[in-house]
Unconditional design. Sequence first.
Length: 329
Amino acid sequence: MDMRRLASGALGLLLSLASWTAAATAPHWPDPGRSIQTLVPAQAGSGVGNTIARAVTDALSNELGNRIVLQNFTSSHGFPGMLSNLDTAVDGYTLLFATVDTLVIEPELQRNPAFDPLTNFVPIGLVAEIPHIIVVNNSVPAHTVAELTDYLAKYPGMVHFGSSGNGSALHLAGEAYMSATGTNMVHVPYSAAEPATNNLVSGDIQAMFQVLSGVLNYVRNDKLRPLAVMSSRRSPALPDVPTLAEAGYAGVQATKWYALLAPRGTPRAIIDRYNEALNTVLASPELQERLLDAGATPLGGSPEMLGKFLNEEIARWGRVIEDAHLQPR
């Protein structure tokens, strides 16, 4: 009981200090002369992730009046060096612009993950999402999810689906579909999504569970056949393509989402200011158009909504990884 009182008292003191720090910091933040460093898990200068990060941070820079500098990295393996500097980066000038891969899937697949998103960072808000989409080569005799499922049941192990590697989001999306439908396909891991997509178009493989942005032009040009998006709602980029839920599999979802976070310890007043700015820019027609052009749906919401969403995604992808019998690396 004494230990509980001591812990409670210590927690109260910490909360008081945090409130005092936030109150003291908020009137002077942001300093117009300070730039904001944003860690981005995408290769510099290319890819839809970098495009979205640049579009959103440019809009935030205009809203806040501070220059935002992107620091790119390609994997959470690069985090240990960065984390060593995060303990002191709680003054509001360091952000993490992360994805489901970095925050959820990679840590779940590592025996000793480099970081815990819920321990090392505090949520600011969801930014956008790009749904995974079930696409097949035009030679596959299926025009709906039901037809594909029936075809796979009739010919188990005959259809090959490609991904960007073992344990990638594209791989796990396929595993989630097979688990839900009780079907069996052969997984073909590639070094990246692009060569897998090219081989899908050429007919070397028959199916993929790609992110929509990676196959959007192929679908629009009738080089690939879309069956369903794996999000809770239809994508504005392809409004005629139904969701997997409409096909009867509401529990199977896979989206590449983007979120904004700050190092844990950043004052709540600064988190709230970032959240306010994020929701403001996401509501602007200019940014919405840029995101929709990239196949992404703007999101937004509160820090608490992102925190709840992170817990749900960790549980969701953890189950998929367990069902697929993937061993931690």
